[in-house]
Design a protein. Structure first.
Length: 239
């Protein structure tokens, strides 16, 4: 079990990440701004930090730089944002972040990033790049991260390649096999229903929750239960 500090100014994000990571057996500390994050870091000495970039007053990158400059960056830090560009991701990595996740964050990518972060040694010193640092090869300047990828995977061919499947957009008409048990047929319909709305809303969990009339946490649980792949429909993300 690890102690993980979740720093985000959105209460819904804090609650959601806390629930997921608590279910995984971790002890969770939360903070909604840089002031609370500093206090929580001193109090709990977390093994890993999930840090939002866009926060009021002091943003996540500034806080990351502060921790690095004062010798307090002795734990892995995973940056999060719904508005991140490649330049932002590179800057975060340059100052010691171990990964970058774009919102809305899928369960699989979150747990993998956390697992990899906890397995790593203390982050390198600010400004130092190693062989594990991302190589900006297949990414155009200013191009957005396509999903909640770690910086390394995003920049080493994980997007923007010619063999990527063509996205035909949300399909409102689909056929279903009704010769099956009711539960299976219902689950198939609900999965298609939510995938349609996720595609139409560019993966925004907030807008899908509004459209479907579900509370966001309930929506997340439902998507998890149905096995919906959130990364397929993500384009712009939300803060």
């Amino acid at each position: 079990m690890a102690t993980i500090l979740v720093v985000d100014d959105e209460m819904g994000i804090r609650a959601l990440l806390s629930e997921i990571l608590t279910d995984e057996g971790h002890a969770i500390e939360i903070a909604e701004n840089a002031t609370q994050a500093r206090a929580a870091r001193e109090r709990s000495r977390p093994d890993l930090v999930l840090l939002d970039i866009w926060m009021p007053d002091v943003d996540g990158i500034t806080l990351l730089k502060e921790w690095g400059a004062t010798g307090q960056l002795n734990m892995p830090v995973i940056m999060m944002s719904g508005h991140g560009t490649i330049d932002t991701a590179v800057e975060a990595t340059k100052y010691g972040a171990t990964a970058f996740l774009e919102k809305p964050i899928t369960l699989q990518k979150l747990l993998r990033a956390v697992e990899q972060g906890l397995a790593k040694a203390p982050p390198r010193a600010p400004g130092a790049l190693t062989s594990a640092s991302p190589i900006v090869a297949n990414v155009l300047p200013g191009q957005r991260l396509d999903a909640d990828l770690t910086v390394e995977s995003a920049m080493t061919g994980g997007m923007g390649l010619p063999n990527m499947p063509v996205d035909l957009g949300p399909q409102s008409e689909q056929s279903f096999d009704l010769d099956r048990p009711l539960r299976e047929a219902r689950d198939a319909f609900e999965k298609a229903y939510f995938e349609f709305h996720l595609a139409r809303e560019n993966g925004s969990m907030t807008r899908v929750a509004e459209k479907t009339g579900l509370e966001r946490t309930h929506l997340y649980r439902k998507l998890k239960q149905l096995g919906v792949d959130l990364s397929r429909n993500k384009r712009g993300g939300s803060h």
